[in-house]
Design a protein around this ligand. Structure first.
Ligand SMILES: [Zn+2]
Length: 140
């Protein structure tokens, strides 16, 4: 089993500036924010809080860590396709996929993550089991 990030509606609205244009349950990946978001300008577009939908190319500010039945090869192929479709170099697919798998493996299954540029946090407020709680504490 491969731990991956998917778009989720869960905990949407917990932050005033939450948004979710992605398709529920689709794979998401983490893109470098645009210059205004990187500099945290007042007119930032919000991509610095976003996770990008692999299939829809639309973003969400909430991503869930789930165990997927995808193999690593299949996962890399999905990332390669979204890169190619989005005009990014598909040759980066393997390193991006590996990075995402490593990142996802550090969180408990079911964690809902939010992002502030390069700072990621599991949200509280949706306790499903003690294991999830422990992982939140571990990431505080
Ligand atoms: Zn932006």
């Amino acid at each position: 089993m491969l731990k991956v990030l998917v778009a989720t509606q869960d905990t949407q609205g917990q932050r005033d500036d939450d948004y979710n244009w992605a398709v529920e349950g689709e794979l998401v990946w983490v893109q470098k924010p645009c210059a205004t978001d990187l500099r945290r300008m007042p007119n930032a577009c919000g991509c610095g809080r976003g996770f990008a939908g692999v299939a829809s190319h639309r973003a969400t500010s909430t991503a869930k860590v789930v165990e997927s039945s995808l193999t690593l090869i299949e996962y890399i192929a999905a990332i390669r396709t979204t890169l190619a479709d989005g005009g990014w170099p598909p040759s980066s697919a393997e390193s991006i996929a590996q990075g995402l798998v490593t990142f996802a493996s550090e969180w408990a299954e079911g964690s809902v993550l939010q992002r502030d540029v390069w700072v990621f946090e599991a949200r509280r407020g949706r306790l499903t089991d003690g294991g999830t709680l422990l992982s939140w504490v571990a990431h505080m």
